[in-house]
Design a protein around this ligand. Structure first.
Ligand code: PMP
Length: 387
């Protein structure tokens, strides 16, 4: 990738220079006072970003998949029932992880671009009475967002004991998630999307109810690195500003997280979420103006952090290379049923109005070069009017 390329894939995204500078600071020892203070502060700020004052934050070296793994391995014991809502590729990964730890999983699959009907979720919750209910706030394979608040409330009424686990990898810090107020037991994410930090951190916040369930386990956790028995004392120690060792923490990644969380809270969560929505709306209007259809079947379930766009008739994935020639990097499809039919654009983190226009201009240029007939310039113009 050229240093002047605009990285508009749905993670990793472009990062703030201050965050990147934090990565290159001299590495302190993991029990040095300056590191202990920054780690403790970052853990407190995690709770603020997840809006989970009662929650227990975990910051672990790894990717989002490790955060998913940790949610499941610490809560599920063989034979436990689980219900997973699938809105695409990443939700299906959650089902695979649940099965790996011996859960009896019921998965409700939505058609690509759609959500599972609420009535079906309700009757299945009542029938299955799961111990764990998992959903993906934004499935990055389809750009479909689910209504976490409504689904969590539904679970509380229909299956009150179910622990609600939300994969927020493509949503946290770019879309509303109020963990405590909505009653979400585990919210998890990764560093490289709206959290604004290069790939390498698994981030998770557990509710008191989730920790109680973990502490009441009958069998040991079948994953050594992810076991909260190892990590809980560490996170508690750093929150209390004490250094403690289980496995060496990624010191510079924690510096970068500290800086990004500072920036997120300085912008303000509401303002940040509103910015993501505005930029997303402008981008999606621009895409529609060019005549391209989107994967989410209704505007109200389209994520504000990314867009999934079908290639028009006669155009295929070679378009992505042509967009790339215009210094904008977008991603191909990943949902197995529609993989070659669409492409994906991420608009999270430090994304700006200029990035939105530049991306639309690159898409328009690539379409023109591919022989697609449309009102050239109309997408950029429509977006600019909204920006
Ligand atoms: N869940 C979602 C919704 C994701 O978008 C991703 C990554 N794109 C993951 C989980 C897995 O995260 P990672 O690639 O960091 O392991």
């Amino acid at each position: 990738m050229s240093e002047r390329d605009l990285l508009m894939i749905p993670g990793p995204v472009n990062f703030d220079p201050g965050v990147l500078r934090a990565l290159s600071a001299p590495t302190a020892g993991h029990t040095a006072p300056e590191f202990v203070e920054r780690f403790g502060q970052a853990l407190e700020w995690m709770k603020q970003v997840f809006i989970a004052p009662s929650g227990m934050p975990f910051v672990i070296a790894g990717s989002g998949t490790l955060a998913m793994d940790m949610a499941v391995c610490n809560l599920v014991e063989p034979g436990d029932r689980a219900l997973a809502l699938s809105t695409g590729y990443f939700s299906d990964r959650m089902t695979a992880i649940l099965e790996r730890y011996g859960a009896e999983v019921t998965t409700l699959c939505a058609a690509p671009g759609d959500t599972v009907p609420v009535e079906q979720v309700q009757t299945t919750l009542e029938r299955v009475r799961p111990k764990l209910f998992a959903m993906t706030q934004v499935d990055t394979s389809t750009g479909v967002a689910v209504d976490v608040r409504a689904l969590t409330k539904l679970a509380r009424d229909a299956a009150p004991d179910a622990l609600v686990v939300v994969d927020g990898v493509c949503s946290v810090a770019g879309m509303e998630l109020q963990q405590d107020a909505w009653g979400v037991d585990i919210a998890l994410t990764a560093s490289q999307k709206a959290m604004g930090v290069p790939p390498g951190l698994a981030l998770l916040v557990a509710s008191p109810r989730a920790l109680e369930t973990f502490k009441a386990r009958k069998k040991p956790v079948a994953n050594y690195y992810g076991d909260w028995t190892n990590w809980l004392p560490i996170m508690e120690a750093y929150l209390a500003r004490k250094g403690m060792y289980f496995a060496t923490p990624p010191v510079n990644m924690v510096y970068a997280l500290h800086e990004s969380l500072r920036q997120i809270l300085a912008e303000g969560l509401e303002a940040r979420i509103a910015r993501h929505k505005k930029l997303s709306d402008a981008f999606k209007v621009g895409v529609r103006q060019i005549g391209l259809a989107q994967v989410p079947v209704r505007a109200e379930i389209a994520a504000p952090t990314m867009s999934a766009i079908y290639f028009p008739d006669g155009i295929d994935s070679k378009l992505i290379g042509k967009i790339r020639q215009r210094n904008v990097v977008v991603a191909g499809g990943i949902h197995p049923l529609i993989r070659d039919k669409y492409f994906r654009v991420g608009h999270m983190g430090v994304v700006s109005p200029g990035d939105i226009s530049a991306t639309l201009a690159a898409i328009e240029g690539a379409l023109l070069a591919s022989g697609y007939r449309f009102d050239a310039g109309a997408g950029v113009a429509a977006a600019e009017t909204m920006l």
